[in-house]
Design a protein around this ligand. Structure first.
Ligand SMILES: O=C(O)[C@H]1O[C@H](OP(=O)(O)OP(=O)(O)OC[C@H]2O[C@@H](n3ccc(=O)[nH]c3=O)[C@H](O)[C@@H]2O)[C@H](O)[C@@H](O)[C@@H]1O
Length: 348
């Protein structure tokens, strides 16, 4: 019994102080983050994991179905006490207690995402729904890696985030570009309806060590072809442009976005723009000036130009890329030489 100010006796109920729910507990120690990376065994995902693991307070959980990712990319972390690797397909629900979700899972190379288009769109739609459901349940902040492909074959150049795009809804690329567009919609609907903390990165063409040798994208194709002494396959007309971002810059951009205050979408890419013919000539010059360029047939709906406007990333995130194409290509060449077993002296 306790006595009140006016002398009345009152019954007081002594309760223990409220205990935070275990799911939200780590929010009390913001520096100690448990971070989920979907697609963490892939090219960008595994570089992101490397960077996140550098912080000794972070625990990192990777889920991957290994369709295009590989355990090899994570072998330095397997067995580490702050690291877990789960074979899981994001089209199935998942419950793990995390503070951050980097949702990267989806094949990104056109030959792989077109291989099973129904699965690609399921990954983008059902996979993103599952990750948003998880974010809602555990109170995590979620970042979606969307793509420059949401701009389609762009009629505005360079592409600003406000541009709505020029996308074929029924083409062979639609499973990916429309899939990512729906994923962005889902992110904003969960944000508006359920108050989920979201971040959306629109990733532009990225290259670097650990890309699959047979990935099929242009930089990895040209480097592998040059090292093997094969023709560089420039798809017609060769005047189409892309802007290539080195993977360490990309990963820094994603972390800046996740830990910043802006939902996005924000373009993350390198505005240095090259035609595919220029890229082929640069790779030739770097690796083997004697290899020849061969013009081959292109695929439907190939965007004719692509270059990010990164004003938002600079102003809102304080981020911009540092590595030029001429600095990044030799780093990728070195990695490809090791994996293909082509020492430098054999070519030049
Ligand atoms: O690398 C990436 O990050 C992007 O790759 C693809 O987009 P895309 O730009 O079509 O990528 P590539 O297949 O590398 O094609 C780029 C250009 O190179 C050309 N190309 C490709 C391969 C090749 O051997 N030769 C060649 O000239 C293509 O015609 C295209 O114009 C994905 O769809 C994007 O989501 C992803 O962000």
């Amino acid at each position: 019994m306790a006595e009140s100010a006016n002398g009345d006796h009152q019954h007081t109920i002594t309760r223990p102080p409220p205990t935070p729910s275990p799911l939200r507990f780590s929010k009390f120690f913001q520096a100690n983050l448990r971070i989920l990376v979907t697609g963490g065994a892939g090219f960008i995902g595994s570089h992101l994991v490397d960077k996140l693991m550098e912080n000794e307070k972070h625990e990192v959980i990777v889920v991957d179905n290994y369709f295009t990712g590989s355990k090899d990319n994570l072998k330095r972390w397997i067995g580490h006490p702050r690291f877990e690797l789960i074979r899981h397909d994001v089209t199935e629900p998942l419950l793990v207690e995390v503070d951050r979700i980097y949702h990267l899972a989806c094949p990104a190379s056109p030959i792989f995402y077109k291989y099973n288009p129904v699965k690609t769109i399921k990954t983008n739609v059902i996979g993103t729904l599952n990750m948003l459901g998880l974010a809602k349940r555990v109170g995590a902040r979620i970042l979606l890696t969307s793509t420059s492909e949401v701009y389609g074959d762009p009629l505005e150049h360079p592409q600003k985030e406000e541009y709505w795009g020029n996308v074929n809804p029924i083409g062979v690329r639609s499973c990916y570009d429309e899939g990512k567009r729906v994923a962005e919609t889902l992110m904003f609907d969960y944000h508006r309806q359920h108050g989920i903390e979201i971040r959306i990165a629109r990733i532009f063409n990225t290259y670097g060590p650990r890309m699959n040798i047979d990935d099929g994208r242009v930089v990895s194709n040209f480097i592998a072809q040059a090292l093997r002494g094969e023709h560089l396959t420039v798809q017609a007309p060769g005047t189409q442009t892309r802007s290539f971002c080195y993977v360490s810059d990309m990963v820094d951009g994603l972390i800046h976005l996740m830990e910043g205050d802006h939902t996005g979408p924000i373009n993350i890419g390198n505005p240095g723009e090259f035609t595919m013919m220029e890229l082929a000539e640069t790779v030739k010059e770097l690796i083997d000036p004697t290899v020849e360029v061969m013009i081959v047939e292109n695929t439907p709906d190939d965007p004719r130009q692509r270059k990010p406007d990164i004003t938002k990333a600079k102003e809102l995130l304080g981020w911009e890329p540092k590595v030029t194409l001429r600095e990044g290509l030799p780093l990728m060449e070195e990695d490809f030489r090791q994996r293909l077993g082509v020492p430098k002296s054999q070519n030049n």
